[in-house]
Design a protein around this ligand. Structure first.
Ligand SMILES: NC(=O)c1ccc[n+]([C@@H]2O[C@H](COP(=O)([O-])OP(=O)(O)OC[C@H]3O[C@@H](n4cnc5c(N)ncnc54)[C@H](O)[C@@H]3O)[C@@H](O)[C@H]2O)c1
Ligand SMILES: [Zn+2]
Length: 405
């Protein structure tokens, strides 16, 4: 038996934020990040719509990018004191993911972070509050997914929390919120979305329900991402829908080792002054993982289907896989994303010598590889890598060398 689970309601299109006016409840907490939603007026609008619905509203603000366990615990304590019956998270993946984890802790105060990370092991939520997610980036699709990514900075590891219990009750996909994204954020979040769709399409947990969403998302992202990056606002609006479709695909169809590797490298070099931003990590690793997974016959065929939908040239599946890899690398070039960790600058742009020194990478490699294998996303990848293969794959992602194993 498989399961296909989505929010009860997805309000979408320009003006969808106004759906907040129709919510029923007494108290709502709005969870928000560092300032972009406030600066562009969306926070005030959300607050006034909820007040119009007759609710008392409090704001928990300042959730940092790649949120920490500490922030989650702080937010949960805030909720326990205020006792909201609605949690409304507004912003990118970071504040929405943090709010999802806060929700678990609010409903079950005795839960530890370790408990939360047991895959599909959460108790029933919604005994205290319902959850609405309003996304302002076009990538993570956390507004529709069963996942939340929280970083343990002591260990330098991102942990995915995965359970259909944290699939939001309501998603608001209003493209107006995405129009204020700076170009770099468009590039990274857009490549994240494309990775979601491609990984979901070859995942061992895929189904006809998830395939339909994944393929349509891939077609839309091919048509609109680079234009959106170049400030075409119609394309930007389309991308907000496309990333949500990709989210619907991977929430039930799951992901693969591009994400395992991105989760385990993201914060692994934070002591060298930067993160490898999630979407940029995916954009660099995806072509390598496609080459690795294509050694599996079923995966190869499915990459061939993707290439067909993208109208790429190729007389057979091997040629189509090669064309797909080249196309994706071309997208990185068009959006100023490097091809490998070695050339990944602290500002995320391509540079001769990136912020991760070679000897530090090699020293940490065995542990990163072991952690990536243990990541929740590895189980649904079409090929299960050994420790040796994962280390080789990560090396290819560091040096931009060809994957031939
Ligand atoms: N839950 C999931 O299923 C899932 C999937 C993929 C990634 N993630 C996680 O999500 C996080 C990344 O989320 P993200 O990529 O959405 O970015 P983010 O939420 O970390 O935001 C990045 C920056 O962009 C700003 N920003 C957000 N929206 C904006 C807008 N409309 N205009 C201007 N600035 C804006 C924020 O203030 C912040 O400074 C990572 O922690 C990643 O691991 C989660
Ligand atoms: Zn992702």
């Amino acid at each position: 038996m498989q399961r296909f689970t989505n929010p009860r309601d997805i309000f979408h299109g320009k003006g969808a934020l106004e759906a907040l006016k129709t919510f029923e409840g007494k108290k709502a907490v709005i969870c928000v990040g560092g300032g972009s939603m406030k600066r562009f007026g969306f926070l005030d609008r959300a607050k006034s719509y909820l007040e119009e619905a007759g609710m008392e509203v409090k704001i928990f603000e300042g959730i940092e990018p790649d949120p920490s366990v500490e922030t989650v615990m702080k937010g949960a304590a805030f909720m326990s004191e205020f006792e909201p019956d609605w949690i409304v998270a507004i912003g990118g993946g970071s504040p929405i993911d943090a709010a999802k984890a806060m929700w678990i802790k609010y409903e079950y105060p005795e839960t530890t972070f370790e408990d939360m990370c047991k895959v599909f092991g959460l108790p029933k939520l919604r005994t205290k509050a319902h959850f609405c997610a309003v996304s302002s980036t076009s990538g993570t699709a956390t507004e529709v997914t069963a996942f939340s990514i929280i970083t343990d900075y002591e260990k330098g590891i991102k942990y995915p929390i995965a359970d259909f219990e944290i699939t939001p009750d309501v998603a608001i996909v209003d493209p107006e919120l995405a129009e204020t994204m700076p170009k770099k954020l468009v590039a990274h979040t857009g490549m994240d979305a494309l990775t979601h769709a491609i990984e979901a399409y070859v995942s061992t947990a895929r189904s006809a329900f998830t395939d339909a969403d994944a393929i349509h998302a891939i077609e839309m992202i091919q048509s609109d991402l680079v234009d959106s990056y170049n400030e075409d606002m119609t394309a930007r609006d389309n991308m907000h829908t496309a990333q949500c479709l990709a989210g619907i695909a991977f929430s039930s169809g799951l992901l693969g080792i591009v994400h395992s590797m991105a989760h385990k490298t993201g914060a692994a070099f934070a002591d060298y002054g930067a993160h490898i931003i999630h979407g940029a990590a995916n954009a660099m690793y995806l072509p390598k993982v496609i080459a690795f997974n294509a050694k599996d016959e079923t995966a190869k065929k499915r990459y061939g289907v993707i290439a067909d939908y993208m109208h790429l040239e190729g007389a057979n599946d091997d040629e189509k896989v090669a064309a797909l890899i080249e196309y994706l690398r071309g997208m990185n070039d068009q959006m100023n994303i490097p091809h490998c960790i070695k050339n990944y600058g602290a500002d995320s742009y391509p540079t001769e010598q990136g912020f991760v020194p070679e000897e530090v990478f090699l020293e940490r490699l065995p542990e990163i590889a072991a952690n990536a294998i243990l990541d929740a996303c590895t189980g649904s990848n079409p090929r299960q890598p050994s420790q040796e293969e994962m280390e080789k794959l990560l090396k290819c992602c560091y040096y931009d060398t060809e994957v031939d194993f």
